[in-house]
Design a protein around this ligand. Structure first.
Ligand code: COS
Length: 378
């Protein structure tokens, strides 16, 4: 058992760290304020090969593995969780095409989603189908060689900017979740429009929108996998995506810990640096222990996935633990910073707001407890 990163992984981590410091960190506070989507940064990430991580080289990706993806998302999240969310969620669409798509879909979409700079999104959630993902109501009824989509999706990350979306809709509305199918919709398709753009508490620069399908016609060849297999495809995709969210949470927690350590060494109160105060040092011990545990849980889930082993439970555990660690660590780091931590001059208040979503999206902590307990008790 080797716990060291390979030379290639360590090099990629270094490249991603430098990219995050140079291209992501300087924009983070401003993007948080304006909520503007950093499309230019996304295109720069595409040029660096980050958006094609996980996509095989023959389809224009960088071919790197799950751990590589996790390392990049973690490094970006350290500086801007919203940018990391955009990157991480973008990789779900290619992962679905790689696993379930036809050769034609792979050849068409994968190179564009890699260094082609096209953005993609994953559209499952609806107003009444959140944790209960099987309650989707959007329909995709076959009509000749087309599907006609009708319905509304909500809280779709990157949905307004996305060039390609995989939309989960009922091809057989009489069959519950066994009637659900995965269908590709391209930006600009008539009948597909963007509804409400959400104002969020955190990850404000990652666009979150409502999608409206009103007699939206797409070719039947846009079906991914088989009709009626959409729920299984969505669940498989979410298993992988949860490693991405866990990686974001890990990045936020790592950065918040580093900020706390730096501040404690610099800040003098009662004639001595904060590091002389045992109460605060104990906070650091608890924070560092959670960060360390989260890191190994994330790496373990990534390792299981990339070596073809079952990883549903471990991805859920990593996501549950890392997201709660991110909340714990950002909260204590802000506390250590005192009044300064509460002000926008420091990044802590943004990081605390950003951390919260990691306990909610791609499955809430409560849903993860369902997934984990079912796996353990099976
Ligand atoms: N991978 C592949 N298939 C899976 C799976 C997984 N991880 N988990 C479940 N499935 C399959 C099951 O095998 C079953 O298929 P078959 O009937 O063909 O055997 C089907 O999906 C239904 O499974 P189950 O009965 O467990 O479904 P439930 O309705 O009980 O829901 C949970 C399962 C709660 C785990 C699911 O709805 C879920 O993950 N909800 C959260 C959704 C979410 O993360 N939303 C965020 C949206 S994206 S931001």
């Amino acid at each position: 058992m080797n716990f060291n990163l390979s030379d290639a992984h360590a090099m990629l981590q270094k490249v991603a760290r430098e990219f995050a410091e140079k291209e992501v960190a300087p924009l983070a506070a401003e993007l948080d304020l304006t909520g503007e989507f950093p499309r230019e940064t996304f295109e720069k990430m595409a040029k660096c090969g980050f958006t094609g991580i996980g996509t095989p080289v023959e389809y224009g990706g960088s071919g790197a593995d799950e751990l590589a993806k996790s390392l990049v998302v973690t490094e970006i999240a350290r500086k801007c969780a919203a940018t990391a969310a955009t990157l991480s969620i973008h990789t779900i669409f290619p992962s679905v095409i790689i696993k379930f798509g036809t050769e034609e879909q792979k050849t068409k979409y994968l190179p564009l989603c890699g260094d082609g700079g096209k953005l993609s999104a994953f559209a499952l959630t609806e107003p009444n189908a959140g944790s209960d993902a099987g309650s989707v109501k959007t329909t995709a009824i076959a009509d000749g060689d087309e599907y006609v989509l009708n319905g509304t999706k909500c809280f779709i990350t990157g949905g307004g900017q996305a060039d390609y979306l995989v939309v989960f809709s009922l091809t057989d509305p009489t069959n519950g979740l066994k009637g659900l199918s995965a269908i590709i919709v391209e930006k600009g398709t008539p009948g597909f429009s963007i509804g409400k753009i959400e104002e969020k508490m955190g990850i404000r620069a990652s666009e979150t929108v409502e999608l409206i399908f009103d007699n939206c016609r797409v070719p039947r060849k846009n079906l991914v996998g088989k009709e009626g297999k959409g729920f299984n495809i969505a669940m498989t995709a979410l298993d992988g995506a949860r490693i991405g969210v866990a990686s974001q949470a890990l990045g936020i927690a790592e950065e918040a810990l580093d900020e706390a350590v730096k501040y404690m060494k610099e800040r003098v109160q009662f004639g001595q640096p904060l590091t002389a105060l045992q109460g605060l040092n104990w906070y650091i011990a608890e924070m560092a222990t959670k960060v360390e545990a989260a890191k190994w849980m994330v790496y373990n889930a990534a390792f299981l996935k990339q070596t073809g082993q079952p990883f549903t439970k471990e991805a859920a555990m990593a996501k549950l633990f890392a997201s709660e660690a991110a909340m714990f660590v950002t909260n204590l780091s802000l506390q250590i910073h005192g009044g300064y931590g509460y002000m926008k001059d420091y990044p802590l208040e943004r990081m605390l707001r950003d951390a919260k979503i990691t306990e909610i999206y791609e499955g809430t902590s409560e849903i993860h407890k369902v997934v984990i307990s079912r796996a353990v008790l099976r």
